[in-house]
Design a protein around this ligand. Structure first.
Ligand code: NOJ
Ligand code: CA
Length: 704
């Protein structure tokens, strides 16, 4: 581990003309200029290779009306510069080692009238800028309530944006590609229905936001280390093309309750003229604290199947019975209720999944709908909805545990909270103890529906604190967490790597709820995945959902080969094979790729990338010399050209290529794929045709 610190303390006197501070990235490509306006308003400006990419933008925070806001009237009283260079080891990740290298400037600002001090800390990396507000301990600023954070990101032009609607409760939207000035007119059309949602403005969008300038610079705006603060959205002033930070309010409309000393999350701007650099950026992780879990030996990547897709498609049900319209836990007697015949989480059926997992080498099986309460779980803003420890009469917890153990398969617990955070906390210790007692070491949590306490949002500060509480509590029980419908991640998995998954975007489930755009997975790695892995649940082989449930006419908008490519394109240490065993049995040759693809990598190479259009990534298995390549393609048929120069020189390999057949198309012919084998070396160049909504997957195995 290499560590290098330089500290320079400079007292700065506020003499007119001395108020601009310049910071350069270690390689000199980025330059940030900080300045105070005449009225003492802090501003920053960002350049890459001498091209301005963020125009002069204001910084500051508006406090609730009883306080003078932290917006202006500042003078610069201290400046500290540092250089930091360290390489740290990941517990899991796209690579085993990550370099964290930046130049930093921390500027202490003092407000003339109130004598309050804030520090604005800027870190400039070779891939972009991170900055945050810090509130040191002081007499004149102890407890304070945010009315709004007033950070600006002033655009240099009417860029192309790949955006989803700003919302306090959900990110489960398809992306829209448009000019910034077109967001307003396209906004309503971009909003699709969700169990809980609240937009705040017709020009409000979410981070991570991907942008492309007319001269080909890719810019990404997001945040890092979102802890004990509310989630930031961006509201566009579309006349001046300035994004303004917009925090998620709490039930009273406040945007955050802070107590000094404390810090805001980092605001991040990653930029490059090569889109692949955005995918390769580790800035978001680097801006998070190092791992706080001492012994991480129990944290293990997982490839799993689940009693899940059959409920999502409507073929089966989470509920045990159709006879009980309203459940009262502890009172409702399920042993007296008539089973509905569609309850998938029954012992016999679960054992079939365990057999399939054991036969094909999966690590684990997820079971949803195992616990009492699903008859009326949803849409009632119900507080006491589940107790997380009481199984339905047909789910034998102990018997299943023993059976799974005998087959070398782990079970994944499901905790749907229905948004009732209070109820989950009420039961959390017992629920985790129950998991420990029954051999479960991973939980999928979920927050469908409006949040309880009522009036709070999925992304308000106190609810974010709930998600964090669950992650930290899980550490005590050595449990890994995969949260659905929680806030989108901001790199916290570096600090708490037991957070092995998150949904927090539009996942594969939406393919069974009417479908997603065919280029969706050419955007997620540029946006949602920058903050951490997603439990996207790929691997659907039957695209015609009516074949599973005649009442559901959804169509999965990808080819089968694309589904295989996603195991490499969509990095996650937690990967599901989402489809039903019977559909895998129909395509065992293609299924082989899902069996072979690892979930642990030692390094990753970004071969081709254009947001919204295509992504090709190669990754090396952490436990062998084998490589795997994945491609996801958008709406246009395309020939992908890749050189395998990442392979070791002088070594011989055999590549198995799972590609779209010549006549494949996501809509009309999604299951047309072809599998071929060929010998390859580091000199091999491959040209592969990808269909609309298509893709490919390649496994490259060393030949000894
Ligand atoms: C939504 C989740 O995303 C999905 O995976 C889960 O099956 C349902 N909620 C039920 O909890
Ligand atoms: Ca979901």
């Amino acid at each position: 581990m290499k560590k290098f610190f330089v500290s320079v303390f400079v007292m700065v006197f506020s003499i007119f003309g001395m108020n601009a501070q310049e910071l350069k990235s270690p390689n000199g490509n980025f330059k940030m200029i900080f300045a105070l306006e005449n009225d003492g308003t802090p501003t920053y400006q960002l350049f890459t290779k001498n091209k301005e990419i963020i125009k002069k933008s204001k910084l500051g925070l508006e406090l609730q009306k009883d306080k003078k806001s932290l917006l202006n009237d500042f003078k610069l009283v201290n400046e500290v510069r540092n250089t930091f260079d360290e390489t740290w080891k990941t517990v899991w990740g796209e690579e085993t080692q990550i370099r964290n290298h930046y130049n930093e400037i921390a500027l202490t600002l003092k407000q003339n009238e109130t004598e309050r001090q804030i520090i604005i800390r800027f870190r400039l990396f070779n891939d972009g800028l991170g900055f945050r507000y810090e509130f040191p301990e002081q007499k004149n600023l102890t407890y304070f309530v945010l009315k709004e954070e007033r950070t600006e990101f002033a655009m240099t032009g009417d860029h192309t944006a790949f955006w989803i609607p700003g919302d306090y409760d959900t990110q489960e939207y398809d992306f829209t590609e448009s000019k910034l000035t077109e967001i307003r007119k396209l906004f309503r059309g971009a909003v699709s229905e969700n169990a809980s949602q609240k937009q705040f403005s017709d020009t409000g969008v979410q981070t991570s936001l991907m942008l492309k300038t007319a001269d080909g610079i890719y810019i990404n705006i997001h945040e890092a280390a979102l802890i004990n603060y509310s989630c930031m959205h961006l509201n566009l002033d579309d006349k001046n093309l300035v994004f303004q930070s917009h925090l998620t309010p709490d039930a009273k409309g406040n945007k955050g309750h802070l107590q000094a000393p404390c810090v805001s999350p980092w605001r991040t701007i990653i930029a490059s003229s090569d889109a692949r650099d955005i995918l390769a950026s580790r800035m978001t992780l680097n801006l998070n604290e190092p791992c706080k879990i001492e012994d991480t030996s129990w944290i293990k990547p997982v490839k799993y199947i689940g009693v899940w897709w059959e409920m999502i498609t409507g073929k089966s049900s989470w509920a045990y019975t159709d006879e009980i319209p309203s459940v009262q836990l502890g009172i409702t007697d399920f042993t007296k209720a008539k089973p509905n015949g569609k309850h998938a989480a029954n012992t016999k059926h679960v054992k079939e999944y365990i057999d399939f997992a054991a036969k094909h080498g999966f690590d684990a099986v997820l079971v949803e709908g195992w616990n009492e309460g699903w008859e009326d779980w949803f849409g009632h803003e119900k507080d006491y909805v589940f107790d997380f420890v009481t199984p339905y009469p047909d789910f034998d917890v102990k018997g299943i545990h023993e059976y799974a153990k005998s087959k070398g398969v782990k079970m994944i617990m499901h905790h749907e909270t229905s948004g009732s955070t209070r109820n989950y906390e009420r039961h959390l210790d017992k629920a985790f103890q129950f998991m420990n007692d029954n051999g479960y070491d991973a939980a999928k949590t979920g927050y469908v529906g409006n949040i309880l306490p009522l009036g709070e949002h999925h992304y308000s500060q106190s609810i974010l604190n709930h998600y964090q509480y669950v992650i930290e509590k899980a550490v005590d029980y050595k449990i890994m967490i995969n949260a659905h419908e929680a806030v989108r991640p901001t790199g916290i998995c570096r600090t708490y790597p037991n957070m092995i998954g998150n949904e927090s975007a539009r996942g594969t489930e939406f393919q069974a709820f009417g479908g997603s755009k065919a280029n969706h997975t050419t955007l997620l790695p540029f946006t949602r995945l920058l903050g951490g892995p997603m439990d996207y649940t790929p691997g659907v082989f039957e695209m015609d959902i009516a074949k599973l449930n005649p009442n559901n006419n959804s169509h999965v908008n990808t080819t089968l080969a694309n589904q295989l490519g996603l195991y490499v394109v969509m990095y996650s240490p937690l990967q599901m094979a989402a489809d039903l065993p019977e559909n895998y049995n129909r395509f065992l040759d293609a299924f082989q790729f899902i069996k072979d693809v690892p979930v642990e990598w030692s390094t990753s190479k970004y071969l081709e990338a254009e947001p919204g259009y295509y992504i090709t990534i190669a990754r090396k298995d952490k436990n062998s010399n084998n490589w795997f390549v994945g491609n996801s393609n958008g709406y246009n048929t395309r020939t992908s050209t890749v050189t395998l120069d990442f392979l070791e020189k002088g070594k011989k390999y055999e590549a198995t290529i799972y590609a779209d057949a010549a006549d494949a198309d996501y809509k009309t012919n999604p299951q047309a794929y072809k599998i071929s084998k060929q010998k390859v070396t580091n000199k091999t160049k491959l040209q592969l045709k990808t269909a609309a909504g298509g893709g490919y997957a390649i496994s490259i195995v060393e030949v000894k």
